[in-house]
Design a protein around this ligand. Structure first.
Ligand SMILES: Nc1ncnc2c1ncn2[C@@H]1O[C@H](COP(=O)(O)OP(=O)(O)OP(=O)(O)O)[C@@H](O)[C@H]1O
Length: 323
């Protein structure tokens, strides 16, 4: 459904050149739900805008739903839906009128556009709000209206740029319910961007991690976590001397790069923490270390980002927000 090779986009800002996307390769198969994850300014929106033909690439190629984004932008736009970060609904129209107008833009007759509007209001649970203006809707309802607008032309592929940013947890769950339903019932291919690690982790079939305009990891979240981050084993000891010995034992077993000491805790990165515990306990006992607690944890996508970049995605996000 999407094949991009060497996609690059530079912006000139006064005398500086911003390299927003640098040689990005991406393949998305039909019917997949893939998430693009990355910190502020990583190049997620720029990538989506190139793939939707809204922004010409500086170099590289992309075919989307069988059409080249540069040679056939009209073909791309006829086959896709795009929900940008800012709402596409104008405040002067009521919800149903907005959908009818969009349908007319795609060449539907007034009657066809009316039928499609009613289908979409039903699909996104917006029927009761059909005659309200978008300005009167809650954040989650408005986002659902945006998605309805993105679906007017029955696209095989839907792009969603941060569909849940800024929503409360209940509204986020509602939006997700509809996204998952679209994929399950209509087989819609969905490529979305998100800042929320948990969403990418739990909902997407595949996660593409972008940093500084490049893909730095690509796979199922389970695969990324086991290949790149590993489990965490935390050994708590009785005092500082025991912690130092425990750190030395752990460094011998796992390698010095995999061990970090934090007060009386020693944290170790291991491929499978559950299986590693008995061996660690034996070796610590032999070294005379008094262990007061042992904890194991599966890695998160933030651990994956940390392993790849040396930075936490959450910290990059707050730094981006503060900038
Ligand atoms: N029109 C533009 N002119 C100049 N620079 C731009 C333009 N659009 C994006 N950029 C820059 O390109 C880089 C990537 O921006 P982009 O919006 O694609 O990132 P993002 O990953 O979507 O970030 P966010 O999560 O904050 O939306 C940033 O440094 C941004 O400032």
């Amino acid at each position: 459904m999407i094949h991009a090779r060497g996609l690059t986009r530079r912006f000139k800002v006064r005398r500086e050149t911003v390299e927003a996307v640098r040689g990005l390769d991406l393949d998305v198969a039909d019917g997949q739900l893939d998430a693009v994850l990355g910190p502020n300014g990583a190049g997620k929106s720029t990538t989506l805008r190139m793939l939707t033909s809204l922004l010409p690439p500086t170099s590289g190629t992309a075919t989307v739903a069988g059409c080249d984004v540069v040679a056939d932008p009209a073909g791309v736009r006829a086959r896709i839906g795009y929900v940008g970060q800012r709402s596409g609904a104008g405040d002067e129209y009521r919800c149903r009128d907005e959908l009818v107008t969009q349908g007319r833009c795609y060449g539907l007759t007034r009657a066809e556009a009316g039928r499609r509007a009613d289908e979409l209001l039903e699909l996104l649970d917006l029927r009761a709000l059909a005659h309200r203006g978008p300005a009167t809707l809650s954040g989650g309802q408005r986002r659902r209206l945006d998605i309805a607008i993105g679906l007017v032309n029955r696209p095989a592929l839907l792009f969603l740029d941060e569909p849940t940013t800024g929503l409360d947890p209940h509204s986020r769950a509602e939006v997700w319910r509809h996204i998952l339903r679209l994929r399950a019932e209509y087989g819609t291919t969905i490529l979305l961007t998100t800042h929320y690690l948990e969403e990418a982790d739990n909902m997407a079939e595949r996660v593409v991690v972008i940093d500084h305009g490049r893909v730095i990891a690509d796979g199922t979240s389970e695969r990324l976590k086991s290949d790149l981050a590993g489990d965490r084993l935390t050994i708590t000891t009785g005092d500082a001397a025991h912690a130092a010995t425990a750190a030395a034992v752990a460094a011998r077993l796992a390698g010095p790069d995999e061990v970090a000491r934090d007060g009386l805790d020693v944290r170790v990165r291991v491929p499978n923490a559950g299986a590693a515990v008995p061996g660690y306990l034996r070796s610590l006992d032999e070294a005379g270390v008094k262990v007061t607690a042992v904890e194991t944890a599966r890695p998160t996508l933030d651990d994956v980002f940390l392993a790849l970049t040396g930075r936490s995605l959450r910290e990059s996000e707050s730094a981006g927000a503060a900038a």
